[in-house]
Design a protein around this ligand. Sequence first.
Ligand code: PGA
Length: 247
Amino acid sequence: MTTRLVIANWKMNGDLALIDAMAQAYPQGSKVDVVVVPPSLYVAALLAAAKNRFQVGLQDIGQHQGGAHTGELAATMAAELGVAAVIVGHSERRSDNAEDDAVVAVKAHRALEAGLMPVICVGESIEERQAGQAEARVRAQVQAQAENLVGGRAVAIAYEPIWAIGTGASASAEEAVAMHRAIRHALEQIAPDHADGIRILYGGSVNAENAAGLFAHVEIEGVLVGGASLDTDQFAAIIRAAEAAQG
Ligand code: PGA
C-alpha cells in the first residue's frame, strides 16, 4: 500500500517555540511520511530539531536557478541544506502573487532538477464548483504540469478546494474521493508509466476530528494541513490517524 504522506503547512505562522514543541511532540519512528513546512527563515532551525525524524519542506521556491533576483531562493540551496520537498502553486500564492499554471510548472521543474519533491497544489473556487466546472478546472491544472509528471521523479499532487482552505468547512470525504479519482485518471493518461508513484493529497480544513474519515478512503494518500498543524496535539493526532489507516 502507498505510504501515506502528512504535510504541515505553517504558512506565515510559527516561531522558535513551535519548532521546539514540534520536536518534542513528534513520535519516534512513524510508518507514514511526515513533512513539516515552516516559513523559510525557520528551515535551518527546524532541520536541526527534526534530527531526521521528519522531513522539512519549503512553501515556495524561486523560478530561477540563481543570480540577480533579490529576495528569491533557489531550489539547489534548499537541497543543499537538506530540504526534501517544496509546495508549489498553493492557492494563496496563485492569488496573492498572480502565479499562473505556467509559473507553477517552472517552479515544480526547478524543484525536480534540484532533487526536491514538488507538492503541486490544485483546486477549484466555490464559483467553479457551483457552476459544475470543478473537475474540468482541476484536470486542466494537472494537465498544465504534464512535463513535470512524466519523469518518474517523486511528485505529489495536493487537491485543495479553495473554498475549504482555512474555512473550517472541509470537503466531504465523498467530494474529496471523487476529485482524487478524477486526478488519478488524468495522471494515468498523462504519465501511464509513473502515475502509480504520484501521491494525491487532500487539503482544506483537515483537523484531528475529520482526518480518520478522510484516511478511511484509499484514494486519500495524504493530507496537507494548514491551521491544525500549528497545534502539535492536533497534528500528532492527524499523524496517528494516517498511521492507523496505514495498518
Ligand atoms: P487549512 O489550510 O488546513 O488551514 O485549511 C490548508 C492549506 O492551505 O494547505
